[in-house]
Design a protein around this ligand. Structure first.
Ligand code: ADP
Ligand code: ADP
Ligand code: ZN
Length: 223
């Protein structure tokens, strides 16, 4: 099963992707996590990527497309994958179709997490993430089960993302509206996009996503 999770920054893509990963045994492909690893690598390229991310802008399409193209060819993707944070532009959506066709794969579901702006701001301002695996937590809504220990990987180290500062958040919302929202019609027209109420609590959102995933594949055929 191959899935895309779409939604603005802070809508819960990462949180839900980790749950789908555990429940369905398919891998989460988070372009944000991959880029944060690149940014931390200390190379000159990493430094450039970090500057773009911290400002809230997008990394160039070619870089991301190559990254995903290599990643979906890996053996652990054979059972399926959840794209979290990709595609984010129309050229990325088009490139995804071409690469899926080349690999003989299809999309089963495209799910949009619908969340209003005030809720997004509230979520991003309280977010902290695991330094090792990228799992997201929230000061008020989503603390680790054991204080100070990541539920997913057991790491005791957490960070606040530089791009969750208010200035960068404003830029990210604008980038989402201008560059990412235009991909919604791309999937709506093919009848593959399903909207889920992302404002509900985390378990309720998971339940709604599960009901979409257990329905027949949203796509009529290869896309
Ligand atoms: P969010 O939590 O806002 O959805 P992500 O962790 O997915 O954020 O992405 C963080 C940053 O990484 C983005 O603001 C952007 O700079 C970069 N990035 C992630 N995915 C992509 C992509 N598909 N195309 C371009 N840039 C990306
Ligand atoms: P995205 O990957 O879309 O940027 P995250 O999964 O990182 O979003 O979630 C953003 C923040 O909101 C995190 O602090 C997370 O713990 C919290 N969060 C996620 N889903 C919900 C929810 N349904 N209700 C309340 N808080 C949530
Ligand atoms: Zn972790």
């Amino acid at each position: 099963m191959n899935i895309i999770l779409l939604g603005p920054p802070g809508s819960g893509k990462g949180t839900q992707a980790k749950r789908i990963e555990q429940r369905h045994g398919i891998v989460q492909l988070s372009t944000g996590d991959m880029l944060r690893a690149t940014a931390a690598s200390g190379t000159e390229f990493g430094t450039r990527v970090k500057a773009i991310m911290d400002s809230g802008q997008l990394v160039p399409d070619d870089t991301i497309i190559e990254m995903i193209n290599d990643r979906i060819a890996q053996p652990d993707c054979r059972r399926g994958f959840i794209l979290d944070g990709f595609p984010r532009t129309v050229p990325q959506a088009e490139a995804l179709d071409a690469m899926l066709a080349r690999h003989g794969l299809k999309l089963d579901h495209v799910i949009l997490l619908d969340v209003d702006a005030a809720t997004l701001v509230d979520r991003l301002s309280g977010r902290f993430t695991c330094n090792r695996c990228g799992a997201s937590y929230h000061e008020r809504y989503n603390q680790p089960r054991r204080e100070g220990i990541c539920d997913v990987c057991g790491s005791p180290e957490f960070v606040r993302r530089a791009d969750d500062r208010p200035e960068a958040v404003t830029a990210r919302f604008e980038v989402y509206r201008r560059q990412t929202e235009p991909i919604l019609p791309y999937y709506t027209e093919r009848g593959i996009l399903r909207r889920v109420d992302g404002v509900a609590d985390i378990d309720a959102v998971t339940a709604e996503i599960e009901s979409v995933l257990s329905s027949a594949s949203s796509s009529g055929g290869p896309v």
